[in-house]
Ligand binder design. Structure first.
Ligand code: NDP
Length: 292
């Protein structure tokens, strides 16, 4: 079997197009322009790339982008004061604090200072609780993008065996909640899981969010399974810097029914979902119908 490639880049372009259409209608019919504020503390090179890309795509769909770049030695009080200002700014509908933060800043404290209604990353404890109890919330962008690709490919996910590798708060745990919400039978694997290849072999759906280049091998995959590779790993191969996922693509694609590539899979969907969440937050704050 040769796997169907799930084209996240094309899917993300479609989502961005839908967001742009909705934003245009909001402006025309209600005079409202959604606004996204992105806060970057320090000079982490990968974070700088993400923030630039988020700002560019925000403007491309017709939203306002507010970038706040703070020095690496910014104090917690200064950062909290900025968040408070953004929470109270009616032009700002979504707030994203780019992670990781420098070590001297308490990430939990900072994230939980964001107004949950503007928490477009879905990391605030209130949104985590709402998602966990199946209530309307802000859903973390990366797992949301994965879910959208899975629904698009399969239609219903009901009854499928899903294995999520990784239990981080930003990917693994919310991914598992979303799959459970779609009635999958969910296993969350992590670094202490015994006999991981055997666990993965049971899965109709495998989501790899580990941060280890090409760890998941083709012979771990059940024939015909759908493989979602969240990993973004920068490695050097034959003297060149390349981007690879957490899945060994060639061997997995030979067995899987469908697979997301890296790059061009989960990555583009993450930013598209951030824009969709900002639009949703804007509609909710004005009591307007939410996008589908
Ligand atoms: P974390 O480092 O926070 O979590 C990694 C998880 O993988 C942990 O739960 C860890 O287990 C588990 N793990 C580590 N080693 C193994 C192993 N040998 N076997 C089984 N499980 C293992 O990473 P993130 O969740 O933040 O990110 C995961 C990957 O996804 C990274 O490559 C990251 O770059 C990428 N990413 C991509 C995004 C995108 O937009 N495409 C967005 C966010 C992340 P334990 O808890 O036991 O330590």
């Amino acid at each position: 079997m040769v796997a169907q490639v799930i084209d996240g880049k094309a899917f993300a372009a479609t989502v961005r197009g839908q967001v742009a259409d909705h934003v245009a209608r909001l402006k025309e019919e209600h005079g409202i322009t959604p606004g996204l504020a992105v806060v970057l503390v320090g000079e982490d090179p990968a974070s700088q790339v993400y923030v630039r890309s988020k700002g560019k795509q925000t403007v491309e769909v017709g939203m306002n982008s507010y970038e706040h770049k703070l020095d690496a030695d910014t104090s917690e009080a200064e950062l909290l004061a900025l968040i408070d200002k953004l929470n109270n700014d009616p032009a700002v509908h979504g707030i994203l604090v780019q992670l990781p933060l420098p070590k001297h800043l308490n990430e939990d404290l900072v994230i939980n200072a964001i107004d949950p209604a503007k928490d477009v990353d879905g990391f605030h404890i209130s949104n985590v609780g709402l998602l966990g109890t199946g209530q309307k919330s802000m859903v973390p962008c990366t797992p949301l993008g994965c879910l959208m690709m899975l629904r698009d490919h399969h239609g219903s996910l009901s009854g499928m065996d899903a294995v999520v590798i990784g239990r981080s708060n930003i990917v693994g745990k919310p991914m598992a909640q979303l799959l459970l919400g779609d009635s999958c039978t969910v296993t969350i694997a992590h670094s202490r899981t015994r006999n991981l290849p055997e666990v993965v072999r049971r899965a109709d759906i495998v989501v790899a969010a580990v941060g280890r280049p090409e760890m998941v091998q083709g012979d771990w995959i059940k024939e015909g399974a759908t493989v979602i590779d969240v990993g973004i790993n920068r490695i050097e191969r034959d003297g060149k810097k390349v981007l690879v996922g957490d899945v060994h693509y060639e061997s997995a694609a030979a067995v899987a029914g469908a697979i997301t590539p890296v790059p061009g899979g989960v990555g583009p969907m993450t930013i598209a979902c951030l824009l969709a969440n900002t639009l949703t937050a804007c509609c909710r704050s004005h009591g307007l119908p939410e996008p589908e």
